[in-house]
Design a protein around this ligand. Structure first.
Ligand code: SF4
Length: 364
């Protein structure tokens, strides 16, 4: 069974750390985008039925529920095994939560990032911890058992105390899934550009040190483990049975199709990517009835390692895969970044912290 990803790149603000192709875009473009999205889904050759659906963004939770339902109704078979919507705290109420449940959604991923007012204010987020608590309540009353909370380690002004304050709130709200991302510093976000340039805007000077960020991550691993929320991927933690089925497809190299701007697809052999921005997407669908920007043959040999090793359970490489990567595998085993148990290979605790270094050796 395969998955469906739908991208909705519209937001009510642009967060300083955000490196996605999303933002505050004109309302007229949003209407055109939804039409283009419907056209792309309808044009797809539905000879199959997905078992997972994932609405990401951007902020798909700001979509009118009727519009959302009209998009979901184009995808075969409901109820799906798992159907997730990413939601910005404060964009949920009782009516919307009930409408989502009727549309077949059964999982909500809340982009909280932090519960600490100072960190939220510095990054452009408008919610408070109480907003998130109210959202969780609306969702539970509408019957949503599966709730994820996203946190970012490394936000400006984050301290040991404020990080623990965020973890306290996670404990209090008791979601069955938590994602802990480390702040990404690259040219695609305002904060990232400022950090790379050594400037002080967006409170860049108050971003915690790399060592402190690692400490935050390890603290989260320990506290979540004590709560029965186990790490099953570098950044993802869940109670047993609450792992994200859709995201597991990415790490297990299972097929999925993406619709919308910047959406990616994988059919088991080829990887495809749609044009990046909402405007390019609307124009591409209008002019050539396809939004695909490029397709490339996947290097499954490499991907089995640098994608599969993200999972805590590790991978079982085939004989020819062991041979191809024998040198880096032996080196990482000797350095204590990888561990081997029979034919099972996985990252050690230290390997998780240096995973980018490990993965770089497996990228073709
Ligand atoms: S972090 Fe989320 S809400 Fe903020 S701009 Fe990026 S996609 Fe939008």
């Amino acid at each position: 069974m395969s998955g469906v990803y739908i991208s909705f790149p519209f937001c009510s603000q642009k967060c300083t750390y955000c490196n996605f192709a999303s933002g505050v875009l004109p309302k007229t473009l949003e209407g055109q985008y939804v039409e283009a999205l419907r056209a792309e889904i309808v044009r797809h050759n539905w000879r199959w039925t997905p078992d997972t659906v994932y609405l990401g963004g951007g902020t798909p939770s700001q979509m009118d529920p009727g519009t959302l339902d009209s998009i979901l109704s184009l995808i075969p078979w409901r109820p799906w095994k798992e159907a997730t919507i990413e939601a910005a705290p404060g964009s949920i109420d009782a009516v919307k939560a009930a409408a989502w449940a009727r549309s077949g959604l059964n999982r909500v991923s809340l982009g909280v990032q932090s519960f600490a007012p100072r960190e939220l204010a510095r990054t452009g987020r408008r919610h408070t911890a109480e907003t998130v608590a109210a959202d969780v309540q609306w969702l539970r009353e509408a019957g949503f058992e599966h709730i994820n909370i996203d946190l970012i380690a490394g936000l400006p002004c984050q301290t040991r105390d404020s990080w623990n304050e965020s973890l306290d709130w996670v404990e209090k709200l008791a979601p069955d899934h938590v994602s802990v991302y480390m702040l990404e510093v690259d040219e695609d976000s305002r904060l990232g550009r400022e950090l790379l340039a050594g400037g002080g805007r967006y409170s860049a000077a108050e971003v915690p040190s790399d060592d402190l960020i690692v400490e935050f991550y390890e603290e989260a691993c320990e506290r979540l483990e004590r709560l029965g929320i186990h790490r099953y991927e570098i950044s993802n933690f869940a109670r047993r049975g609450a792992e994200s089925l859709h995201n597991l497809k990415y790490w297990k190299l299972e097929p999925y199709i993406g619709f919308g701007a910047d959406a990616h697809s994988f059919d088991g052999n080829m990887r495809g990517q749609n044009v990046e921005t909402a405007l390019q997407y609307v124009e591409a669908m209008r002019d050539r009835e396809s939004a695909v920007a490029e397709t490339v043959l996947a290097d499954l040999f490499s991907e089995r390692f640098f994608v599969g090793l993200r999972m805590s359970e590790g991978i079982r490489p085939a004989e020819d895969e062991w041979k191809r990567f024998e040198e880096p595998i032996q080196r990482f085993l000797a350095e204590g970044l990888l561990e081997k148990n029979g034919d099972l290979l996985r990252l050690t605790r230290q390997g998780v912290l240096l995973s980018n270094e490990v993965f770089a050796e497996f990228v073709a």
